[in-house]
Design a protein around this ligand. Structure first.
Ligand code: FHN
Length: 404
């Protein structure tokens, strides 16, 4: 069972993923050709040679970037941590890296350290900050792995020594307390090499969590497949990395946004099974965060804030969580939270083993009338009266207090 041993991660439940790099400049299109896949993969998918792709750096000038604004928003949305792509597969470092000039400070007209700006903003707002770092795929370094390309003849070890290890060292020594390193996809990395990465992280910052995608069975929590929710409750710590549309990096043509209600239901579903939801935004090249993501997350944030006690710090419920077609359950100590997703006049639960001693509406803590009964010998049921002004409402939650 994977265990981060970090209480903050177990309680967090909702985090912000940020995918931002040079790919945002292309926004899904290069030389008139569009990618039909995730936009941050455009270099690999459209076979753009490294010497061509790296020229993008000269155009990177995100004058609208506002780290403070993004962190403030994440806080408003009820998120408890941020994971930022310090270096994605494209190989470009979003900080002032000393071991590769292919970075935002040295290679762009912007010339400012993005990672540092996030660090300072997170410190100002009391937000945990972790760094995504693509450990194996580096499409810029001649010895980094490419995807579905011929990697023979590459000296992966040389890449590790020259770029991967030194860059990890920089992130872990020059940017304060790093909540986690979000490694992504080991490819040909051996177990020993992955272990070296873990040892490096732990030596420099013992409390820094190592994500599941370090691979080789060494992650401290399970990272599910992208946008994938496990069907069975998993006992260890886990997280679902997920998108609001169909891409991580900004793609000007992707308008397939999920709506706020769907996101709320996904969040509660993941929480009811015990996981964290790491939800992505992909800023444009200017630094501007797409309006649509803000709109959706503002709406989601209202639910999260109003129902915070039914989300933050909850634990997995178990199999019963899947049986309702009108709502979902989360749990914390002796409290069972019923998230009501379809309008109803009474909230009825059958066969709950525990005795209910009280019920209240989570939004304003007002006590609710309820009746308990027996559906059969040894089984119990409960019916809670929904307040009249809630008869036509959906997306709110009720707390049932159980006998301790
Ligand atoms: O290839 C990446 C992808 O671009 C994105 O970063 C996601 C996020 O989970 N991870 C990889 C694919 O699983």
């Amino acid at each position: 069972m994977q265990d981060t041993k970090q209480q903050w991660f177990k309680e967090a439940k909702f985090g912000l993923f940020i995918h931002w790099g040079l790919y945002a400049l292309l926004a899904g299109e290069y030389n008139g050709k569009k990618t039909d896949r995730i936009a941050e993969w455009i270099m690999n998918d459209l076979d753009i040679p490294a010497e061509e792709y790296e020229k993008l750096a000269a155009q990177f000038n995100p004058v609208e970037f506002d780290a403070d604004g993004i962190v403030r928003k994440a806080k408003e949305w009820g998120m408890k941590y941020i994971v930022f792509t310090s270096k994605h597969h494209e190989g470009f470092a979003m900080w002032d890296s000393k071991c590769s000039d292919y970075n935002v400070v040295k290679a762009t007209p912007y010339g400012r350290d993005i990672v540092r700006q996030f660090r300072e903003a997170c410190d100002r707002h009391g937000m945990k900050l972790g760094f995504y770092y693509s450990q194996a795929q580096d499409w810029h370094d001649p010895d980094g792995y490419m995807h579905r390309k011929d990697n023979s003849g590459k000296n992966y070890r040389a890449y590790l020594e020259r770029k991967c290890f030194p860059q990890l060292r920089e992130l872990l020594t020059e940017y304060g307390e790093v909540a986690l390193i979000w490694f992504d996809t080991p490819m040909g990395t051996t177990r020993e090499e992955s272990q070296e990465m873990v040892d490096l992280v732990k030596r420099l910052q013992p409390n820094c969590i190592v994500s599941g995608r370090i691979g080789n069975g060494l992650g401290e929590y399970m990272t599910t497949g992208d946008n994938f929710i496990p069907r069975l409750p998993y006992e260890g710590d886990w997280e679902v990395p997920a998108t609001l549309n169909d891409t991580w990096g900004f793609n000007k043509d992707d308008h397939n946004w999920k709506d706020a209600e769907e996101i709320i239901h996904l969040l509660v579903k993941i929480n009811s099974r015990g996981g964290n939801y790491l939800l992505n935004i992909g800023p444009e090249a200017s630094g501007h965060v797409p309006e649509e993501s803000i709109k959706i997350l503002d709406e989601v944030g209202k639910y999260v804030n109003e129902n915070e006690e039914a989300i933050f710090g909850t634990k997995r419920v178990g199999i019963y969580a899947y049986e309702l077609d009108w709502g979902m359950l989360t749990r914390k100590d002796h409290k069972l939270y019923v998230h009501v997703f379809k309008p109803r006049r009474r909230v009825e639960l059958l066969n709950i083993g525990n005795r209910i001693t009280g019920a209240y509406l989570v939004a304003d803590k007002r006590p609710l009338e309820f009746e308990t009964g027996a559906t059969c010998e040894g089984c119990s049921s409960i019916e809670v009266e929904v307040p009249e002004e809630y008869f036509d409402r959906k997306n709110y939650s009720i707390c049932l207090e159980m006998e301790e």
